[in-house]
Design a binder for this molecule. Structure first.
Ligand SMILES: NC(=O)c1ccc[n+]([C@@H]2O[C@H](COP(=O)([O-])OP(=O)(O)OC[C@H]3O[C@@H](n4cnc5c(N)ncnc54)[C@H](O)[C@@H]3O)[C@@H](O)[C@H]2O)c1
Length: 309
């Protein structure tokens, strides 16, 4: 297949690009390199990279019409929740207006299918496995509002018969190539400096952490499976939960260091959810995908990369 990826040089996008290339596809990456890096991308004569912004429709139209594409993965976004809270206007422009511009360019170019990186953050804060068609959807922060709006924009185009669309609701992703200041890079930065009492924000939230290579395989399954509905939402997560303290204990084991957690009030997020726990029954039923790797493997990959970085 001939495939486009926006945000293809980022954390998830670079692993997805690698997977697609290894499966014999031709891949075109669009990225403005605000977070992503060229060095994260594989070297291949089946890979083309265009530097540009998803807010620039002329740029999108020229790339989208440069070849006949069968599929687009739309991952470009401002993803870090505190960054979205500090600059809502930029997050709204990039994540909502940018998604609309990508959709318009895809429709003009006649690309038949789009797979969108949405988030588990669109679910209401409830104490049950979060399931696509039964858990209430309530966006509690700017980032989730932008992801929910993106899903609606996709659904609208799909309902109007212009393309088929899948929104993948990702849960907390861990592994190498991390570009944002999330929990794991923060811990690994301190470990690399020799710190053993690790200063952290919120210690108790439980999350469905997932290996970035499993996420890439989930996107691939979403892109290559046929769905009955023209618009579908699927979770890409794990059905196991871990706390921040569990993560620290695993990193202590991997690095063979006696790490301890200390809460730093300046790092505590004002907007946070106590629990975010995915159900993946629907995704497995519709695509056959299920995660294959452990959190320890994901943390080991990130740890090894941090030693070399
Ligand atoms: N990593 C996670 O845990 C997670 C969880 C849920 C959802 N997601 C979603 O998955 C997608 C990928 O996330 P990620 O972790 O790889 O983040 P990332 O920041 O590494 O990737 C986003 C990429 O988009 C690019 N980009 C940003 N604005 C752009 C613009 N205006 N024009 C062109 N390119 C632009 C960045 O340079 C970056 O390479 C995002 O949409 C994110 O919201 C990620």
């Amino acid at each position: 297949m001939n495939i486009l990826i926006t945000g293809g040089a980022g954390f998830v996008g670079s692993h997805l690009t690698d997977l697609l290339i290894r499966n014999g596809h031709k891949v075109t990456v669009i990225d403005n390199f605000s977070y992503g890096r060229k060095s994260l991308l594989p070297v291949s004569d089946r890979l083309t990279v265009f530097e540009g912004d998803i807010l620039d429709s002329d740029f999108l139209n020229s790339v989208f019409s440069s070849s006949t594409y069968q599929l687009i993965f739309h991952l470009a976004a401002i993803h870090h929740i505190p960054t979205c809270e500090n600059d809502p206007a930029t997050a709204i422009r990039t994540n909502i207006e940018g998604t609309q511009r990508v959709l318009e360019a895809a429709v003009i170019a006649g690309i038949p299918k789009i797979v969108f990186a949405s988030s588990g953050a669109v679910y209401d804060t409830v104490d049950i496995p979060l399931a696509e068609d039964s858990t209430p959807i309530v966006a509690h922060d700017i980032y989730s509002i932008t992801k929910l709006a993106g899903e609606h924009l996709l659904r609208l185009q799909a309902e109007r018969g212009r393309l088929t669309a899948v929104a993948c609701r990702l849960f907390n992703t861990v592994g190498s190539h991390e570009t944002n200041e999330h929990l794991v890079p923060d811990i690994l930065k301190q470990v690399k400096k020799g710190v053993e009492v690790i200063q952290l924000g919120n210690l108790t939230p439980l999350r469905s952490y997932i290996h970035v290579k499993d996420v890439a395989e989930g996107f691939y399954a979403a892109g290559t499976s046929s769905f009955e509905n023209t618009f579908e939402t699927i979770n890409i997560g794990t059905e196991t939960e871990h706390s921040v303290v569990d993560i620290l204990e695993l990193i202590a084991e991997i690095s063979a260091r006696p790490l301890k957690a200390l809460q730093d009030p300046s790092k505590v997020r004002k907007v946070d959810r106590p629990r975010q726990f995915a159900s993946i029954e629907k995704t497995t039923r519709l695509t056959g995908w299920h995660p294959k790797r452990t959190l320890k493997e994901a943390l080991t990959d990130a740890y090894i990369e941090s030693l070399n970085g």
